[in-house]
Design a protein around this ligand. Sequence first.
Ligand code: GUN
Length: 288
Amino acid sequence: MTARIIDGKALADAVRLDVARRVQELKQQGIVPGLAVVLVGEDPASQVYVRNKAAACEKAGLYSRVIRLDADITEAALLDQVDQLNQDDRVHGILVQLPLPRHMDAAKVIEAIDARKDVDGFHVSNAGLLMTGQPLFRPCTPYGIMKMLESEEVSLWGAEAVIVGASNIVGKPMAMLMLAKGATVTLCNSKTRDLGAQTRRADVLVVATGKPGIVTGDMIKPGAVVIDVGINRTEQGKLVGDVDYPSAREVAGAITPVPGGVGPMTIAMLLVNTLEAAERSVVATPVA
Ligand code: GUN
């Protein structure tokens, strides 16, 4: 069997088109949805991500602001910057690009973001709301994956979902979203014994570890849906995922490519979250 390739780029384009239409509607009410992205330091991968996020915003008609700060800025100065953005009515979404320099406490910085502007969905309030089944913002990568599964008509009801990688950004919120759709969820981590025994049970397998090739074809159940969140650059400069694509493609029923799979969907869902934050701000405005 050769797997069907899930085209994340095409789906992301469709989502972005829909966002652009809704942005125009909102503009007619005098609101321009705005996203502020804060980048501390010069991590090369983060610079590319931030550039892509800003470009996607502008293309969809959102207001975008990128705040670049030196790597040696103090935590207090960053918290002050976040507070200014919390107060700024033109900014509906705030994203502090991770990772932060080592001298900063990322959890403290995320907690400083107004939860109503936390378009990453990383604030403890938003994590708690997601966990209790009343999400305000869903973290963008797992949210994008849910959209892809929906568009591929993959039913999670009663399915075995296995997630490799238990980060706050992907694995944990992914587990909550899949659980809410009726999947039996297994969340694996770096200590999991016999990873293949877990992954081979999966009807839907999500891999988000940052370790290229950690999942190979022999670890996949024939016909499974495989979602590869990894973006790794090889020594030859090629982009590869966490899944060994050539061997996985021969076994899986459907698979996301890298690039062109999950990555474009993450950015598209960031636009959705920012738009919805702006839409909620209209509803929240008291009438005179
Ligand atoms: N670094 C890697 N992925 C993300 C993300 O989704 N949001 C933020 N803020 N930083 C990241």
